[in-house]
Design a protein around this ligand. Structure first.
Ligand code: ZN
Length: 439
């Protein structure tokens, strides 16, 4: 695989999310997207004359490659889309047919992609996309000698696997066993049997009322968090006050699900948000008993100086079978990047293949926050340095395979798997704060 091809694959991976965030932050478009077929065989590629979410995704992918579709992202595959596809093909040395064939789809990160599972772990001597994923993960981990991914599991890859295993205290076999694959983030950690506690059990209806317009309560906060998690924007975040913005989000939810658009939380509306109880005859006013997402700390500070934009691109497909594990905050190069919590900078990376200049901030409870694509670290920032929430730790940039300046931000509660940062960012959205936080 050439460097150019690699760049293309990874750049599309990061930038699709960015552009999506910029232009398609509304729940409406995301709803359309999520309805798109993503079956194992992959969605059929759109062709001239088609309209719909697959075309939206194609146009976004083109935009992410810096190829303008005249008229913008319309969801309609007309002449301008065909022209844009042809330009991409010309740029990439493919035949400029304007049709989304298999190679073009792959180039755009739209082709069906493989996922690593316990049954297809890459092995020495094998080739293909799972090997490419392994190599990309090794490179992303900064393993010395990982080299550029080429999809071929040779001696170099085996040496890199061994080096990674030694570093992580795993058996240094050079073989990608399950533990190694988990450590590399290629497969999820096996689920431990869940201890069913009262808190983890499905919420039982504790009372009859749903939050109403004008109310200020923890039940409203819960409702707002659910709306935000479901992708609806509530400007100002989960404030606990049921005002016009919350009503607007409820209306959007109702419209999306074909319910009567009243802005009032009734049983049907609540059930669409999950976990909300049906009303019971008992009149006792009690909060909607849906637990707030457990063990995820709220952020003490927003990670980026405004003006910025972000959308919910959690688990959006990325090339190479990866899923987006964070939120991309898009803003001008040089904007301040802030610590979101009191903690310690536990790791800095000068140049990850994907993440570029990156760092890890770890809070006392073990939760860590991963920041990528920084232009530079703030003076004095390095591994072992204690920081406080709101402190400038770096500056926004486009290092690594970022097509435009943005911060890729991840949350790993307790040091474990990443969770969707979007609702936590949305709850304290600081994108309009252009003034530097007091330092
Ligand atoms: Zn990202």
């Amino acid at each position: 695989m050439t460097l150019t091809t690699l760049f293309t694959r990874t750049a599309v991976a990061l930038c699709t999310g960015a552009v999506l965030s910029l232009s398609f932050a509304s729940g409406h478009v995301r709803a359309a997207e999520s309805s798109q077929s993503t079956t194992q065989g992959g969605p059929a590629m759109p062709s001239r004359g088609d309209a719909g979410p697959a075309v939206v995704r194609l146009q976004q992918a083109l935009a992410a490659r810096g190829i303008a579709v005249a008229g913008g992202v319309t969801g309609v595959f007309g002449e301008s889309t065909s022209d844009a596809v042809a330009s991409l093909q010309r740029q990439s040395g493919l035949r400029a047919s304007g049709k989304v064939d298999a190679r073009t789809a792959k180039l755009l990160g739209l082709a069906p992609t493989v996922t690593v599972t316990t049954s297809n772990l890459p092995a020495f001597g094998s080739t293909g996309d799972v090997v490419w994923l392994l190599q990309a993960a090794l490179q992303e981990q900064g393993v010395a000698g990982a080299g550029e991914p080429d999809g071929q599991f040779g001696v170099g890859t085996r040496a890199a696997v061994t080096a990674f295993q030694s570093r992580r205290g795993l058996r240094a076999s050079g073989r990608v066993d399950e533990a190694t694959a988990v450590a590399l983030g290629l497969i999820p950690a096996p689920q431990k049997a869940k201890v069913v506690t009262a808190a983890a059990a499905p919420a039982k209806p504790a009372g009859g009322s749903f939050p109403a317009y004008g109310e200020r309560s923890s039940a409203v906060t819960t409702l707002q968090q659910q709306l935000i998690s479901a992708g609806f924007t509530i400007e100002g975040g989960a404030t606990g006050f049921f005002g016009p913005r919350t009503k607007g989000a409820i209306e959007a939810l109702q419209a999306r699900h074909g319910l009567a658009v009243t802005g009032v939380v009734d049983a049907a509306t609540a059930s669409r948000l999950g976990a909300a109880p049906a009303p019971t005859p008992a009149p006792a006013p009690a909060p909607v008993a849906a637990p707030a997402p457990a063990a995820i700390p709220s952020l003490a500070a927003f990670p980026m100086q405004g003006k910025c934009w972000f959308g919910d691109t959690w688990h959006d497909p990325r090339s190479g079978g990866r899923k987006h594990e964070g939120t991309d905050l898009i803003g001008a190069k040089g904007l301040a990047i802030y610590a979101v919590a009191n903690g310690t900078i536990t790791r800095t990376y000068e140049g990850l293949a994907l993440g570029g200049k990156s760092l890890r901030l770890t809070a006392p409870d073990g939760t860590y926050y991963f920041y990528a694509h920084l232009d530079s670290f703030a003076p004095g920032i390095g591994a072992g340095v204690a920081v406080r929430a709101g402190q400038v730790i770096g500056y926004n940039g486009a290092t690594g395979n970022a097509h435009e300046p943005h911060l890729h931000f991840e949350i790993h509660p307790g040091g474990g798997a990443a969770v969707n940062p979007f609702p936590y960012l949305k709850a304290i959205d600081g994108c309009k704060n252009t003034a530097l936080l007091p330092q």
